[in-house]
Design a binder for this molecule. Structure first.
Ligand code: ATP
Length: 248
């Protein structure tokens, strides 16, 4: 792996690339995942590689929704597993009510199994794999991504889908689930479909989400619901598009 000095102005971004390349070599990430990451990098570059106020707002609402959920799940794909193992492990350690399910666009049982083992090895023991055991299909989706573990996403009322593709986000919303997306592209179908879209880089967003959830642990359901009701996702997306366009 290439040594990246801390003094490099884009050290974090370069290290993320290294994590993803390592993920391809260890079989967690598909080669196509590298291209998806590149699309994210462009938007992050335009957004100044920092968490903006609109993303903070979306993160605080995502926290409130996760805190008031009956059966919250986090859907993990190959990019997410390679980029954010530690960040997911932190969320898992602090929030035992949240489940994890590996769900892949470029599906193979072997790769699902490998990612499940990778996450369990990092301490995320409540990890399931779509298609590894009893499952049902999410209506309206042709691909293997439709598989939902019967005790995982099939039961979920809220699903956090970092780096999702639009078809699955749409099918999850159509199934009456609340969908929380992390996506640097405010124009993507996923961003436009989700209940709450966090327009921020995955490895910056997850630790901040974890902080909000820690702070919200003692907050009353009434206060959390008031926060959720006041939120306007289309307005937040308009702010994000404006930030991309103007760089401010
Ligand atoms: P859609 O189907 O929703 O219109 P898409 O086809 O552009 O989206 P994919 O290629 O399936 O999307 O997924 C990549 C998405 O993830 C892109 O929108 C990209 O901006 C985003 N993305 C990639 N890497 C990151 C990251 N590290 N943090 C946040 N978002 C990211």
């Amino acid at each position: 792996m290439t040594e990246i000095p801390d003094s490099h102005p884009r050290a974090h971004s370069l290290r993320l690339r290294e994590r993803l390349v390592a993920g391809v070599h260890t079989g967690l990430t598909s080669e196509a995942g590298l291209i998806a990451h590149g699309r994210g990098e462009v938007f992050d570059y335009l957004l100044g590689e920092r968490t903006r106020a609109f993303a903070q707002n979306a993160l605080s609402v995502a926290s409130a929704i996760l805190r008031t959920a009956r059966h919250p799940m986090i859907s993990v794909n190959g990019n997410v597993a390679a980029l954010a193992t530690d960040e997911l492990a932190q969320i898992a350690a602090e929030n035992p009510e949240i489940g994890f399910e590996v769900n892949l666009f470029h599906f193979s049982q072997e790769r699902v199994h490998r990612i499940v083992e990778h996450l369990r090895g990092a301490g995320i023991h409540r990890t399931l794999g779509s298609g590894l055991s009893d499952h049902e299909r999410l209506p309206g989706l042709e691909s293997d991504r439709a598989m939902m573990d019967l005790s995982g996403i099939a039961q979920a009322d809220v699903v956090l889908v970092p780096l999702e593709d639009g078809d699955r986000a749409e099918a999850l919303v159509a199934s009456n689930r609340q969908v929380l997306a992390i996506d640097l592209n405010p124009l993507s179908r996923t961003a436009r479909t989700a209940t709450v879209t966090i327009v921020d880089e995955l490895t910056r967003a997850l630790p901040r989400l974890c902080e909000f959830m820690r702070e919200d642990r003692g907050v009353s359901v009434d206060v959390l619901q008031t926060r959720i009701k006041a939120y306007d996702n289309p307005r937040m997306l308009a702010e994000a598009v404006e930030a991309v366009r103007t760089g401010t």
